[in-house]
Design a protein around this ligand. Structure first.
Ligand code: ADP
Ligand code: MG
Length: 702
């Protein structure tokens, strides 16, 4: 039976109103969508707890008992309904803040129920807020035999419309019952399910919602995870094959004047071994006649900019233009300045284009760009606007690519009739499994070596009660001629209290470090680009001793003389953000310090994060820990890609082996049957066609 065309509206118990809510809130409109809306966890409902067994560590539990009395407490708007619920030995309170009218009617005094929820404890008293209630008759007719019950995510709006987890479960059951003796159409070829012992789709979908037992659930999960990953890999590998076939890449025949002169005469230092290796990899790509799509990973400070520059020179040597896109104006400006300086002996024509480029300059730059007079264009998102036309763009570099969306990168790709070579760079190291899934069609280069002479940054965790000592330490560093960053959290630009903290922090600092002995500056996201830039400039030139900032300085900024990074309320930052911030120091020859300041009261998780930071400076290790602690959806920058991938069941943090398995198998499939034209692969072909029509173009460059 094919379920993709079956409209959920007409399912028993749904109807137009609920159907609309399902569509709006969780994007479910067909039977198939609904069946692919999986539980996020399972609870064992075969066990009934006694109230006396509950304690602070109890998770979701069910308790059987009777409602002894109910009472409305509080005035109109803040009303709550409290029910005294007893299992015959002890009692607890059940609380409702919403839907009171319904609850009063449905759960009457004297009746027996099974209450299900997470117990909370206040002053030794047990209570349950908004428990799910079932009558004994309902419990007896329980759908799930093994006692494992799925819990489904529902939005606040859905809950208010009585579309809670239990209601979703009922809908799933309706669908399965409506299928009856039919079977859900298989999506994988018979030979795959047979050879690799995969559970048939029908059984997997039934068991994911109503597991027979734990073991069967695991087998069902494996099948569904495999399927999810296998099709992604198949799609990605196929695209990259087609692409390399369709677009004959520009062939950069030779390394010439620009590259060689720069290498011999302008390089301010020797390249590291890793930089050389990566340049060779890039050289091979661009000379091959295939279009390059390469991801360059390298920890903060590993020297990616120089690699980007020399890569762009390869394009210039072959009479092509090059561009480099950065996520912030500060960074784009800094790239522009440092690259202009490095390139000045070569007489390369290089320009900067950002959102705040004056109209006059823009009007001058654009025609020159279209004529090919400008050889290198550095900029922000402004580069991908429609009016920006190149004569013959041969190389596009994207810095800090995790800050860009897939669509933005695709636009850059389209800047030339024949797509340019693309180098995307990131300092947020992505664990292998994640990279394989998100960027499965990119070739990957890694700079795994820092330039020589760098001393590892010393990272220290201090409580905010010790600030005075820290200020003394900073004064000593400043006396040695060093500079200091002090970063405040600005999690959301709109958060008013964050600005107040920043402003008041800045005022206090001005007292601790008074003029004229000290010079302080401040940058944050609400300032005009030109103001930000002028403050940054004064810091970079050494005029300011201390830069007070928000995370606007997180990405890429390079001031080698800065040796102290103090991060206020460090517990509020994510791991990869902390690592990025720390990367702003340790860029010169001096010993650098990163000081993480937190309050004394810390959650376990925050403490762990501080410990990891103190223990290691290795970006890859940190990103692995991050992935484990937070799950891939939260890892900075992967969110967008994760959404695009729309993973419903795979957890990239823990399912690495399945990722690898699916990728190997997808590769094997395509080796045997590149176009998926063989009869046995008909199902695969159909699915890929469908994915292509659904996804339009997002994957062009990912
Ligand atoms: P990132 O990889 O974080 O973008 P950058 O490209 O900004 O790092 O480089 C960090 C610093 O290291 C810069 O000051 C740069 O000039 C310097 N650098 C880059 N390569 C080398 C090298 N091979 N030897 C010494 N210093 C280098
Ligand atoms: Mg950089």
């Amino acid at each position: 039976m094919n379920l993709s065309g079956k409209d959920i509206t007409y399912l028993h118990g749904v109807g137009p109103k609920r159907a609309e809510m399902l569509k709006r809130e969780i994007n479910v409109s067909s039977y198939e969508d609904m069946l692919y809306y999986f539980p996020y966890r399972y609870i064992d409902r075969s066990k009934i707890y006694a109230i006396s067994e509950l304690n602070e560590t109890s998770s979701y539990v069910q308790v059987r008992g009777r409602i002894l009395k109910t009472e409305l407490i509080g005035a109109a708007r803040k009303q709550r309904l409290v029910a005294l619920f007893s299992d015959g030995v002890s009692s607890m309170e059940l609380l409702w803040f919403k839907g009171i009218q319904y609850v009063t009617q449905a759960y009457k005094e004297g009746h027996e129920f099974v209450a299900f929820g997470k117990p909370s404890f206040f002053g030794g008293k047990v209570s349950m807020i908004h428990p799910e209630m079932e009558t004994i008759a309902e419990v007896r007719s329980k759908l799930s035999l093994g006692g494992l019950q799925g819990l489904y995510n529902t939005s606040e709006k859905m809950k208010n419309g009585f579309l809670n987890s239990k209601a979703i479960q009922k809908i799933e059951m309706e669908i399965i019952q409506s299928i009856g003796a039919d079977r859900i159409d298989e999506t994988l070829p018979e030979y795959l399910t047979r050879d690799y012992h995969l559970m048939p789709l029908h059984d997997a979908l039934v068991n994911i919602h109503f597991p027979k037992d734990l073991e069967t659930l695991r087998v069902a999960q494996f099948r569904l995870k495999f399927e999810e990953l296998y099709f992604i890999q198949l799609d990605m590998l196929r695209r990259s094959k087609i692409r390399s076939k369709r677009f004959k890449g520009m062939q950069f025949e030779h390394i010439g004047h620009y590259f060689n002169t720069f290498y011999k005469e302008c390089l301010p230092f020797d390249l590291t071994g890793a930089q050389k290796r990566v340049l060779r990899e890039i050289r091979t790509d661009v000379g091959s006649g295939r279009q390059m799509n390469r991801l360059l990973q390298g920890d903060v400070g590993s020297g990616k900019t120089l690699v980007a520059l020399m890569t762009m020179l390869m394009a210039l040597d072959n009479d092509y233009q090059a561009c480099m896109m950065a996520p912030t104006e500060i960074l784009a400006t800094q790239h522009y300045e440092s690259l202009s300086a490095l390139l000045s002996p070569l007489g390369v024509s290089i320009e900067l284009l950002t959102g705040s480029t004056k109209k006059k300059d823009r009007d001058r730059i654009l025609p020159l760009l279209a004529d090919g007079e400008i050889q290198i264009l550095i900029g922000t998102h402004a580069l991908i606007e429609e009016g920006v036309v190149f004569k013959n763009l041969g190389m596009a570099v994207i810095d800090e690519q995790h800050r860009f969306g897939v669509a933005q990168r695709a636009k850059l790709w389209a800047k030339n009739e024949q797509p340019p070579h693309v180098l995307v760079m990131t300092a947020t190291p992505i664990p292998r499994t994640l990279a394989m899934t998100l960027y499965g069609d990119l070739d990957v280069s890694v700079i795994d070596q820092l330039p020589p002479g760098r001393k590892p940054i010393r990272t220290i965790h201090r409580y905010d009660t010790k600030r005075a000592d820290l200020y003394e330490f900073m004064k000593e560093e400043i006396a040695k001629g060093r500079q200091v960053y002090i970063v405040y959290p600005m999690i959301q630009e709109s958060e008013k209290s964050d600005y107040e903290n920043l402003e008041s922090g800045y005022e206090k600092l001005q007292n601790v470090f008074p003029e004229p002995a000290y010079h302080l500056g401040m940058v944050h996201g609400k300032m005009k680009a030109s103001e930000k830039e002028s403050v940054m400039q004064r810091f970079a030139s050494g005029e300011l001793n201390i830069l007070v900032a928000t995370t606007v300085i997180e990405v890429g900024v390079n001031v080698p003389n800065a040796s102290v990074m103090m991060i206020e309320s460090a517990e509020r930052f994510g791991l990869s953000q902390l690592h990025q911030l720390r990367g702003r120091v340790g860029r010169g020859a001096d010993q650098s310090y990163c000081i993480l300041v937190t309050s004394v009261k810390l959650s376990n998780e925050s403490r762990q994060r501080m410990d990891v930071m103190v223990r290691t400076c290795d970006g890859f290790e940190i990103s692995e820990v991050d992935l484990k602690m937070r799950g891939p959806g939260d890892i900075e920058g992967t969110q967008q890609s994760g959404v695009a991938l729309n993973l419903k069941i795979t957890n990239l943090a823990t399912d690495g082996q399945i990722v690898q398995f699916a990728r190997d198998l997808a590769r094997k499939t395509l080796e045997e049957d590149p176009e998926l034209m063989q009869g046995k692969n008909l199902l695969l072909n159909q699915r890929i066609q469908r994915m292509m029509s659904e996804k339009l173009n997002w994957g062009v460059i990912s």
